[in-house]
Ligand binder design. Structure first.
Ligand SMILES: [Zn+2]
Length: 231
């Protein structure tokens, strides 16, 4: 059994320094040109290089403001990673379909997996619809013949469910400690339990790269546990 690595690409320019944080915020509200010279998707690029070096494939979920550049697509292809939709505007099935089609046109491929931006509560950006309604997303994903839904619950003992052709993992092991019971679920817990069944490891590149402890933990995990993708 193995890890399913889930990378949610939330911030086009990461968090640091401040002008990049500001560019990330602005891009999330307005449809902005992408500025390579300010380090567009730098954090994701670094993370993909680590994964490719370790031979560890991942599912990488994009929002409209973080759609992959040609260079990132090349790294994704090299490592055998899957591109997924990080759903932002979840007001209706029509909005979901529009976001999915837009990403499919951008990448010239069918998108078979999805995750949701935000877990309810805070609104992240102008286009974001804040409520977290996993039952609706699973229904939409099934209707759109997708294969994989990765949910935002924070208890990594919750097992996957199958709904027709759709495989759904309601919950994940969040590497960032703000969304994990670190006493109950230390990183060692994941190394031991991913040997018994499939568990989703969720990371955000800008958070992992901003923290040396998280970086070390991520590298240790991809070195210790085999990862797979679902197609
Ligand atoms: Zn997100």
């Amino acid at each position: 059994m193995s890890l399913i690595i889930r990378i949610d690409v939330d911030r086009p320019y990461g968090r640091q320094p401040f002008y990049r944080h500001l560019l990330s915020k602005l891009s999330s509200d307005l449809y902005f040109p992408k500025f390579e010279r300010f380090g567009y998707l730098d954090e994701l690029r670094t993370m993909l290089q680590w994964l490719n070096h370790a031979g560890a494939p991942a599912h990488v979920f994009f929002r409209r403001c973080t759609f992959p550049s040609a260079e990132i697509v090349e790294l994704l292809n090299e490592g055998g990673h899957e591109i997924g939709l990080h759903l932002e505007n979840s007001r209706s099935f029509a909005m979901f379909t529009a976001e999915k089609r837009f990403l499919e046109r951008h990448c010239s491929r069918e998108i078979l997996s999805m995750s949701k931006h935000g877990s309810g509560g805070a609104k992240y950006g102008f286009h974001h619809y804040a409520p977290y309604e996993p039952e609706r997303y699973m229904q939409w994903a099934g209707q759109a013949s997708m294969r994989l839904f990765l949910g935002n619950l924070e208890d990594p003992t919750i097992e996957a469910i199958r709904l027709g052709k759709l495989l759904a993992f309601p919950s994940a092991f969040w590497l960032e400690p703000a969304w994990r019971d670190t006493a109950k679920f230390p990183v060692q817990w994941l190394i031991e339990h991913a040997g018994e069944r499939e568990i989703v490891l969720l990371v955000h590149p800008e958070n992992v790269l901003a923290d040396s402890q998280l970086t070390a933990q991520f590298k240790a995990l991809i070195g210790a546990v085999r990862s797979i993708t679902i197609q």
